[in-house]
Design a protein around this ligand. Structure first.
Ligand code: FAD
Ligand code: SIN
Length: 526
């Protein structure tokens, strides 16, 4: 089937939906999502969204905290713009129907604090902020007559001149995006979606690693698509590991224990119940994430243990049960009463700071292609994202991208539009259905273990080289499978994970200093 719309949005998380709502008055919008519309990292966000809402805080402080967490390599102008825009974007979320906790009905927002923040500035909805944001945005989007949300449609590749038979390399100037090919996961048909503007809002790539807090759909599809289309990517060596995921080995994704709990007074302890963060940073349990995750990793390696503890008991029973109901219930379901017991924790891959390079309008290096949310690299996070700045970045850049897209659609280049007719449909001739799922599932596990063991929190030249060599074999085997098989969602995801792993390793090897989340025992401190 062929579809033609004004705005094509890939992803129904905070970035995709807030963009869709803004452009909808100006044309027909189609939102594709590979699973159910609710599924994505957004709905799992716990801590909240950072913004300066009152005079007790200041933009300068939030800017300073972001720059410090980013370890000196954030884009300062982007940081200033994002943080100054935050209050307006928060007000819009509230207008869409999103509810943040307040002191009394209609009172001031109840603000939390997380690692690296010098002030209480995290707006939240109990400990399930993301679910509330997703609910509010999805309800608003579903009511809009110009927005169609199509579930279980897996975007495979961005359509460019390459599909018109032209040779496209990373040096080709003026690569253009005409839309995407997408697999209908129910019928296995590959459809052609043509659009004046395409926004990638495909989220993160946590599943490159064996332990991750991100949902199974986070397989770096947007980044891999842009890589194959020869677009520009940046900073992928900066994978953020959250210090405190619940240690419950069989569970995937790993359940998160929000940093807001440390903000409320919970303390990291070793297996003997002793505090250890004083050995690593004066900010103790509330140091930025890269430092805390490395400290935990080190303590685990020294002691040979699989997990350490977070002790939240000092917060008090009432505040724990009322303020952190999701975590309380989850832990209780596996026999841990957080009001009495310490919580077993370990780090998990959590957030990709790098991604598709975009300018301040959210434009990628490929014409008519935008990116927002976790798949984009704006320069806000530098070497390490400050907690709760991700949801913020997503709404700010969805807004900027929407404003720029609206202008572009109103003065659209008709020459580009005429090329839509030349786009061929997907050709699956000669392909056979791969009956051996084990080839895919086993390769995925191998890949995730290689990345966890060799390209994790602490790296070395030898580990990176070893990962690269192992990945090469996996890459060749999988491309061979791809070239003779009918395309399926698991195969497509595996190819994307391999592409992302390759890019992480390549960029990690190229980074010759320890900065932010990139830490190698062979390199000196910057
Ligand atoms: P997502 O919400 O991940 O949505 C991705 C969308 O893309 C989905 O709809 C998916 O179906 C679609 N998609 C992906 N690939 C394809 C494809 N090939 N074809 C079609 N559709 C596709 N950040 C904060 O700021 N504060 C927090 O408190 C916080 N807590 C977090 C807690 C957890 C457990 C996790 C995992 C992350 C947390 N983060 C937090 C990070 C933040 O939640 C994410 O970075 C953010 O929600 C990403 O939003 P997004 O719109 O970019 O992508
Ligand atoms: C958390 O709640 O600890 C996660 C916050 C974030 O990832 O920004």
């Amino acid at each position: 089937m062929r579809y033609e719309v004004d705005f094509l949005v890939i992803g129904s998380g905070i970035a995709g939906l807030s963009y869709a709502l803004k452009v909808a008055p100006y044309g027909k919008v189609c939102v594709l999502c590979k699973g159910n519309a609710e599924e994505g990292s957004t709905r799992y966000a716990q801590g909240g969204i950072a913004a300066v809402m009152y005079d007790s805080d200041s933009f300068d402080k939030h800017i300073h905290d972001t720059l410090v967490a980013g370890d000196g390599i954030c884009d300062r102008e982007v940081v200033e713009m994002t943080i100054r825009e935050a209050p307006d974007r928060i007000k819009e979320l509230v207008q869409y129907g999103v509810e943040f906790d307040r002191h009394g009905s209609g009172g001031r927002f109840d603000l939390h604090r997380e690692g690296g923040h010098s002030e209480f500035r995290i707006l939240h909805h109990k400990d399930n902020t993301g679910a509330e944001i997703e609910r509010g945005l999805l309800e608003a989007a579903r009511q809009h007559p110009n927005i169609e949300i199509k579930e279980r449609q897996f975007a495979i590749d961005i359509i460019t001149q390459h599909h018109l038979g032209q040779r496209v390399t990373k040096h080709t100037p003026d690569i253009e995006c005409y839309g995407v090919y997408a697999l209908d996961c129910d019928t296995n048909r590959i459809d052609t979606y043509l659009a004046k503007i395409t926004l990638l809002a495909t989220g993160g790539m946590g599943n490159v690693y064996s332990t991750t807090t991100t949902p199974v759909i986070s397989t770096g599809d947007g980044v891999a698509m842009v890589h194959r289309a020869r677009g520009v990517l940046r900073d992928l060596e900066f994978m953020q590991f959250h210090p405190t995921s619940l240690y419950n080995p069989a569970e995937k994704p790993a359940f998160l224990i929000t940093e807001a709990m440390r903000g409320a007074g919970a303390i990291l302890k070793d297996r003997d119940g002793k505090e250890f963060m004083q050995k690593y940073d004066t900010r103790l349990s509330l140091a930025p994430r890269d430092i805390v995750a490395r400290a935990i990793d080190n303590e685990m390696k020294i002691s040979g243990k699989d997990y350490l503890y977070l002790d939240a008991r000092s917060i008090g029973k009432k505040q724990l049960i009322e303020g952190f109901p999701t975590i309380y219930a989850k832990c209780l379901s596996i026999g841990i009463d957080i009001t009495r017991d310490m919580i077993p924790i370990r780090p998990a891959a959590h957030y990709q700071c790098g991604g598709i390079l975009v300018n301040r309008d959210g434009e990628a290096s490929i014409h008519n292609l935008y990116a927002a949310g976790e798949c984009a690299c704006t320069g806000l996070h530098g070497g390490n994202r400050l907690a709760s700045n991700s949801l913020l970045e997503a709404v700010v850049y969805a807004h900027n991208a929407a404003m720029s897209s609206i202008q572009k659609v109103q003065n659209y280049n008709n020459q580009v539009l005429s090329r839509h007719h030349e786009v061929p449909d997907w050709n699956a001739e000669g392909m056979v259905l791969n009956e051996e799922m084990v080839l895919i599932t086993q390769t995925k596990k191998e890949l995730q273990e290689i990345m966890w063991n060799y390209v994790g929190i602490v790296r070395s030249d030898l580990r990176l080289q070893r990962a690269f060599d192992r990945l090469n074999l996996i890459f060749r085997e999988t491309e061979d499978l791809y070239n003779r098989s009918v395309l399926t969602e698991p195969l497509s995801e595996l190819r994307n994970l391999i592409a992302c792993a390759y890019l992480i390793i390549k960029m990690a090897r190229a980074r010759r200093e320890n900065v932010g989340l990139h830490y190698s025992i062979d390199l000196l401190r910057n």
